[in-house]
Design a protein around this ligand. Structure first.
Ligand code: SAH
Ligand code: SF4
Length: 373
């Protein structure tokens, strides 16, 4: 069991199983785990002394040996369109971001799984930043905790809340397998965040053996970041394709779908980059390729970021691509860009924000550096 530098056990960072084991180890009944999960994740309480259905003696014991370490929010920012972004500090010097996208009847939280990313897709700002480190369970589920509290405390049963989580922030979730699976288990745990498994989505660039591993322990929704209809082009855009080429990837998705106990339609993400992968020939090849898989297609017009030469295609080119795929019978949507005025849109997450706040961020980073010394 992991203890932090203060030697106290961080209850935010324990899975249900680890909490049960912990209580057994201190000669308490395993159902205490449910009580703790409810306090922390359902009610948003981080102070053990407020956990009133635990005896005074147990609370005292927990206060001596445990803590509930909540993420340190460096700042939060709201976009004109209602999108909210938080930057949180993890460890001594790293920053990660999460984004909440409220819509009429739902609120989707986009969660990060790593600091940076080693996959290094050619169009992705996070990839260009390089890989720094994996996030621990407390740092992943802590993002959900912070966003859930933003709807107000105490959390009321029928108030507005997070309805969907997408693992589409910074990082490749399948390269940080165990903490990501444990975090998704808490997201779908009835006593924690209670989300339906269809409303928790893992997006992957295609780590084939890990998709097979996932099918053994989870059946959340799976989204594949395909972005190209053939290996030659995909090798350029998503370099992990050289290791796990398209057909192997699609076969593993079929195995995943078969392992779920309900019928699944996989979402295929396809970023559209002007003149690179958005020609009609690409649309034709894509339609042909995807015949083998029940899927819908989500087109994502490329979001520009500093240092990238790629361009966003015109609205007409995007529409033309969509129309063709729809004509071939595919449900095809275009992802609307949300929060790009605060650099919260897809592919813009690098633990940094726009010019106005960049100075503030630099000051914070310096502060962190000073603290770390
Ligand atoms: N690593 C995982 C999940 C995080 S990336 C994956 O790749 O699936 C989440 C989504 O953002 C992916 O679909 C990715 O293709 C998209 N994305 C990355 N960079 C982008 C950019 N510059 N513009 C638009 N979408 C981008
Ligand atoms: Fe990593 Fe996903 Fe970005 Fe590729 S698109 S570099 S896998 S975060």
């Amino acid at each position: 069991m992991k203890q932090n530098h203060s030697k106290k056990i961080n209850l935010m960072g324990l899975s249900r199983k680890e909490l049960e084991d912990f209580f057994v180890s201190i000669e308490e009944r395993p159902f205490r785990a449910t009580q703790i999960i409810k306090w922390i994740h359902q009610r948003g309480v981080s102070d053990v002394s407020q956990m009133t259905d635990l005896s005074k003696v147990l609370r005292q014991k927990l206060e001596e040996t445990c803590e509930v370490k909540v993420p340190e929010v460096l700042y939060e920012k709201s976009s004109k369109d209602g999108t909210k972004k938080w930057v949180i500090k993890v460890g001594e010097k790293d920053l990660v971001e999460m984004v909440l996208i409220p819509e009429k009847n739902r609120a989707t939280l986009c969660v990060s799984s790593q600091v940076g990313c080693a996959v290094d897709c050619s169009f992705c700002a996070t990839g260009k930043q390089g890989f720094s480190r994996n996030l621990d369970l407390d740092e992943i589920i802590g993002q959900v905790w912070v966003a859930a509290n933003s709807f107000g405390l105490p959390r009321e049963p029928n108030s507005r809340h997070i309805t969907n989580v997408v693992m589409m922030g910074m990082g490749e979730p399948l390269l940080n397998f165990e903490p990501v699976v444990n975090a998704m288990d808490l997201m779908t745990d009835d006593h924690a965040y209670g989300l339906s498994k269809r409303k928790v989505t893992l997006s992957t660039s295609g780590i084939v053996p890990k998709i097979d591993d996932l099918s053994k322990v989870s059946d959340v929704a799976l989204t594949i970041s395909l972005h190209a209809p053939n290996d030659k082009l995909r090798n350029e855009l998503v370099p992990i394709n050289k290791k796990y080429p398209i057909q192997e990837l699609l076969d593993s998705v079929k195995r995943y779908v078969d392992s779920c106990d309900d019928k699944r339609i996989t979402t295929i993400e396809y970023i559209l980059i002007d003149g690179i992968n958005d020609e009609m020939a690409h649309a034709e090849e894509l339609a042909e390729l995807l015949r083998q898989l029940p899927c819908k297609i989500n087109l994502i017009p490329f979001n520009a970021f500093e240092g990238s030469d790629y361009l966003k295609p015109s609205g007409n080119r995007v529409k033309r691509f969509q129309k063709y795929l729809q004509g071939e019978g595919y449900v095809t949507t275009i992802r609307s860009t949300r929060g790009d005025d605060i650099m919260a849109a897809c592919g813009q997450l690098v633990g940094q924000v726009n010019d106005k706040t960049r100075r503030k961020e630099r000051a914070l980073k310096n502060q962190i550096k000073t603290k770390a010394i």
